[in-house]
Design a protein around this ligand. Structure first.
Ligand code: PGA
Length: 251
């Protein structure tokens, strides 16, 4: 049995005041829901305040990125050591990082290593772009991304992967449950090839890309999908709550 996870990726949204207000609103319903690992990933500048709000609750905190060096002359960057003790999880390799900020496969690999060394739990994002999908290259692309990201790294206990087709992110055009299930099944087989059956049975693989309260059930009913990484819908307390409630009922 894999514990499902729903993680909210707030991206570059919410001021400090908006972030604390959103979490305060969410906590009214969120804390009581059991059987799902619940995570919010606000912007860096709100992490400390939200950590305080989440103290003593069942909701966990994640960051959206990190830099792989521990400290030094890297103006504007945030190191794994700064995040350790502040949050538990960190999203790495999100397609927006790969697309706009030059996070190559090698960078993603270094970030995963740095996160693990600092005791942070990475949520590794992989997914194909529209043209790759249309060219029938989905399996090839996600296999390659996973291999590069994990090159030379032992299986991290409690590992989490998010399969997020780039064409489904923020577009309102989610994959179908079946499409997502098929690719996530493939990713699980890749994990099995790389790390063995026990790892493949234990790794949690989330779907991400235009997940809403209306389509959550379709994804959670699939056998391979262990939860969701939610962008837009995680910015509305009622929607995020509904996604988590439905997940706890189905999985
Ligand atoms: P979305 O984003 O739910 O807004 O499509 C998902 C993500 O990028 O993690």
């Amino acid at each position: 049995m894999r514990l499902p996870m729903i993680a909210g990726n707030w991206k570059m949204n919410t001021t400090l005041n908006e972030a604390t207000a959103l979490v305060t609103e969410m906590l009214k319903g969120l804390d009581a829901i059991e059987g799902v690992e619940k995570v919010v990933c606000p912007p860096f500048v709100s992490l400390a305040a939200i950590r305080d709000l989440l103290k003593g609750t069942s909701v966990k905190l994640g960051a959206q990125n990190l830099y792989f060096e521990e400290k030094g002359a890297y103006t504007g960057e945030i190191s794994p050591l700064m995040l350790a003790g502040l949050c538990e999880l960190v999203i790495i390799g999100h397609s927006e990082r790969r697309q706009y900020f030059g996070d190559t496969g090698e960078v993603v690999n270094r970030k995963i290593r740095a996160a693990l060394k600092a005791g942070l739990r990475p949520i590794l994002c992989i997914g194909e772009r529209l043209e790759e999908n249309e060219a029938g290259k989905t399996a090839e692309v996600v296999t390659e991304q996973l291999k590069l990201a994990m090159d030379g790294i032992d299986y991290p206990p409690g590992f989490i992967i998010a399969y997020e087709p780039v064409w489904a992110i923020g577009t309102g055009k989610a994959a179908t449950g079946e499409q997502a299930d098929e690719t996530i099944g493939l990713v699980r087989r890749n994990v099995s090839d790389m790390y063995g059956k026990e790892a493949a049975d234990g790794v949690r693989i989330l779907y991400g890309g235009s997940v809403t309260a209306a389509n959550t059930a379709e994804f959670m009913r699939q056998s391979e999908i262990d939860g969701a990484l939610v962008g837009g819908a995680s910015l509305k307390a009622a929607d995020f709550l509904s996604i988590i409630k439905q997940t706890s009922e189905i999985l």
